[in-house]
Ligand binder design. Sequence first.
Ligand code: FE2
Length: 257
Amino acid sequence: MRILFFGDVMGKPGRVVLKKKLPELRARLGADMVIANGENASGGVGLTSDVLREMLGVGVDVVTTGNHVWKHRDLYGTLDKDSRVVRPANYPDGTPGRGMTIFEHPAGYRVAVLNLQGRTFMDDVECPFRTADALLASLPDDVRIRFVDFHAEATSEKKALGWHLDGRVSAMIGTHTHVQTADAMLLDKGTAYLTDAGMCGVEASCLGMDKEVIMRRFLTRLPQRFILAKGEATVNGVLVDVCPETGGATHVELVRE
Ligand code: FE2
């Protein structure tokens, strides 16, 4: 089972590049399933129901999110209804949506997709470590393929959750920083790990936002209205091979086009 994952899709430039490259990448890399983080797909912050539909329409099987998922209220109902989108699981009980979904692949594989959020330099949500433990305990044992998008800021928190989940999930891939890290590896007990998948968006920018605005913000310390960067965009992500019987990863590699 080959899973292709894309990091944070940044606004329209990210959606356009994803739509353009996804069919060719899916075919060339032989991906069985595509997951993408869509928490910034609408205007660079948040996700609307329309944009979710657009992402699912271009070939994304499951959309993960993060801290900006609450930006557009129109998504709340969709989060409850549509099992192809997940939000971080470690929000308080009663929050709209689900933090884990099971994707049924046409070939018969079932893939659990878990979404968690870090709490170092971020909102103080519930413990991602204990939430992950509870989610995994609730999973039927025959769902061996388990993919985790950990939307978090701190590299140490990401590494620690990777080791905590080693051998219990197929892959733990980080998102949120929009910068792809070079540390893709198979952990000791067979979990594919990457600190951050990077983004789908304009590289000549600050994390997908207009670089002039961000520079002005740092130079003046005055609040600025963020605008999306324009220009040529890249897709950043990761490819993971998983043994469907054991759920262990056999290969992990960076994707950057
Ligand atoms: Fe984020």
